[in-house]
Write a protein that binds this ligand. Structure first.
Ligand SMILES: *Cc1c(COP(=O)(O)O)cnc(C)c1O
Length: 224
C-alpha cells in the first residue's frame, strides 16, 4: 500500500476519534515506526509528511539515522540495554522505554543535554512485556532525581495485541490516570505531560483516552 494513502486514512481516523472526545488532532504526534522496513520505505514516510520516526533496536536506528539524519525527530521505542545507550544517545530526541535505573545512569553520563524520556509501564501485567508495574512507577521516578539529565516527559505503554476494545480502553485509562498522578506531584525532573500509547491495532482508542504520541508501524508502512 502507498504510504501517503495509509497516512491519510490514519489521519482521518485520528480526526474522528478526536471529535468524539473534543480533542484536536494537533495534540497528537504520529511516530512512524520503520523497524520492519527499508531506508527507502522510511524515506517515503518522510516524504508523505511524517516528522517523527521510531525504531526499536540500536542497529536499525543507527542505519537509518546515518542516512536520514535530522530531517526528522528520532524516537527510541524498544528495550534499551545499558551498553547500547552510548550508541543511540546522540541520535535520538526521546526514549520511550525507560524502566531501569542502570539505563538512566548511562543516559545521565553519556548525554550532552537533557534527554526526554517516557517511563514504560506494563499496565496489562503480561509477563512478556517490559515496563514497570504501575505501583513501582512513582518510586522509580523519585529515584531518577539523582540523574539530572533524565527528564520524564511522559509515560508509555504497549497494550496486548487483542481485539477486546473494552480491555484496551481500560489499559489506556489506567495509564492516563497514572500520568495525572505523576504530573500533579509537580516534580521538577518529571513534568510528565505526555502519553505514548496506541499502535496500529488500537490507536483510535488510545487517542480517545488521551494519547499524545501514537506509534504506528504496520498500518502506515506495512510490515515487510
Ligand atoms: C513495533 C512497535 C510499534 C508499532 O507496531 P504496529 O503494531 O506495527 O503499529 C509501536 N511501539 C513499539 C514499542 C513497537 O515495538
Amino acid at each position: 500500500m502507498d504510504v501517503r494513502s495509509n497516512l491519510e486514512e490514519i489521519q482521518s481516523n485520528i480526526k474522528r476519534a478526536c471529535q468524539k472526545v473534543n480533542r484536536k488532532p494537533s495534540e497528537i504526534t504520529i511516530i512512524g515506526v520503520t523497524k520492519y522496513v527499508t531506508i527507502e520505505r522510511a524515506e517515503e514516510v518522510i516524504e508523505a509528511g511524517i516528522k517523527n520516526i521510531g525504531e526499536n533496536r540500536a542497529e536499525g536506528l543507527t542505519e537509518k539515522y546515518n542516512q536520514i539524519k535530522n530531517q526528522v525527530k528520532w524516537h527510541f521505542i524498544g528495550t534499551l540495554q545499558s551498553r547500547k545507550v552510548k550508541d543511540v544517545i546522540h541520535q535520538v530526541d526521546s526514549i520511550h522505554s525507560l524502566d531501569r535505573l542502570s539505563v538512566a545512569k548511562q543516559i545521565n553520563s553519556r548525554a550532552e543535554e537533557t534527554m526526554d524520556c517516557f517511563v514504560q509501564v506494563n499496565v496489562s501485567g503480561e509477563t512478556s512485556k517490559h515496563g514497570l508495574s504501575p505501583e513501582d512507577v512513582m518510586p522509580f521516578i523519585e529515584k531518577l532525581a539523582e540523574y539530572e539529565k533524565v527528564r520524564v516527559v511522559g509515560l508509555m505503554t504497549m497494550a496486548p495485541h487483542i481485539e477486546d476494545d473494552a480491555k484496551l480502553r481500560q489499559i489506556f485509562k489506567a495509564l492516563a490516570k497514572l500520568r495525572d498522578t505523576v504530573k500533579n506531584r509537580n516534580i521538577a525532573h518529571a513534568p510528565c505531560e505526555y502519553l505514548s500509547m496506541g499502535m496500529s491495532n488500537d490507536y483510535e482508542i488510545a487517542v480517545e483516552e488521551g494519547a499524545t504520541h501514537i506509534r504506528i508501524g504496520s498500518k502506515l508502512v506495512g510490515s515487510e
